[in-house]
Design a protein around this ligand. Structure first.
Ligand SMILES: [Zn+2]
Ligand SMILES: [Zn+2]
Length: 311
């Protein structure tokens, strides 16, 4: 367990005179995006990667008939990057048409500059110019590999002093350079803290903005929305595509960690919803602990009823 000592050290890094980071060390390689899931890999300039590690993983689906990859220029021509203010102080970035899993990136205004959490699949020149105009990123972090999107591109272009991912998930980070491997708890900006929940991935981490009551849940939750953007159901899973449930111990751990965080707005790597609170999430976990293992969505109506935990 990490604590205040890590936070102080992080502030020290911000204050220090930082040497340029070797984030462009792999420029002799090309970046390739899997057409099935969007995962970016650096690989040899004239040879696409033989496979995609994310699609090959048990949590995801293989493409129907072999792997295909897009180069940077192809993705840049294919998509438009858009952004808007999701809630005050948080900007959402996304791409149309959807490529891969279609992750959304969140940029939080903090007392110490902009903090990027998760990333859209691609950042156009206009999107990068917007981030530069606003002072660039001080911190860049992600919950886990399904939220990485074009995180490597943000590091190459904006070179934030801190790039943080859970230390247990470093195996997925070869397209960029993690400068701050996160343990169980790391304060990335005043009042904004990364907490390792594990479960979905061993290093899976959520971001909590205590001041604004915002919870960036990674894939610890899936939020089903109606056509108006209102949450109608929540689910939690070890694997969403494969519909593998979390284990009992993983659920109990999630309840302990997330139940201690106060929030009323939730952001996943794919959507956000107002009015989803700590109480809803603890009720979801309690519901799952009182029923056979399942990754199925639970209607919000059921999550306002108090249940007794039996398992
Ligand atoms: Zn893939
Ligand atoms: Zn995921």
């Amino acid at each position: 367990m990490t604590g205040p000592d890590d936070s102080h050290a992080l502030r020290g890094v911000r204050a220090a005179e930082l040497a340029p980071l070797p984030t462009r060390a792999h420029r002799q390689h090309r970046a390739y995006s899997c057409t099935n899931c969007g995962h970016w890999q650096r690989w040899f300039a004239h040879t696409p990667p033989p496979s995609c590690p994310v699609c090959s993983d048990v949590r995801n689906e293989l493409p129907v008939d072999g792997f295909e990859f897009l180069r940077e220029t192809e993705v840049d021509e294919l998509v438009t990057t858009s952004w808007r203010e999701a809630v005050p102080g948080v900007t959402e970035f996304w791409c149309d048409p959807v490529v891969g899993l279609g992750s959304h990136g969140w940029v939080l205004e903090t007392a110490e500059g902009l903090l990027g959490f998760e990333a859209a699949p691609w950042y156009s020149a206009d999107a990068l110019a917007e981030l530069r105009r606003r002072g660039g990123l001080r911190v860049l972090a992600s919950s886990h590999v399904h939220g990485f999107g074009g995180l490597w591109q943000l590091q190459d272009e904006l070179d934030p002093p801190v790039v943080s991912v859970g230390v247990h998930d470093l195996t997925w980070t070869k397209a960029f350079r993690v400068t701050w491997p996160a343990d169980d708890r790391t304060e990335l900006a005043p009042g904004i803290t990364l907490h390792r929940t594990g479960g979905h991935f061993p290093g899976h981490s959520v971001l909590h903005d205590a001041g604004r009551g915002l919870f960036f849940c990674g894939d610890s939750l899936k939020i089903d929305l109606d056509e108006h953007g209102n949450a109608v159901a929540l689910s939690a899973h070890k694997a969403f595509h494969a519909q593998i449930p979390l284990s009992r111990a993983e659920l109990r751990s999630m309840r302990e960690i997330v139940g201690a965080l106060e929030f009323d707005t939730v952001f996943s790597p794919f959507e956000f919803a107002r009015g989803v609170t700590t109480r809803h999430v603890t009720a979801l976990v309690d519901h799952m602990l009182t029923n056979p293992p399942s990754a199925a969505p639970v209607p919000m109506d059921l999550l306002t009823t108090k249940v007794t935990v039996l398992a």
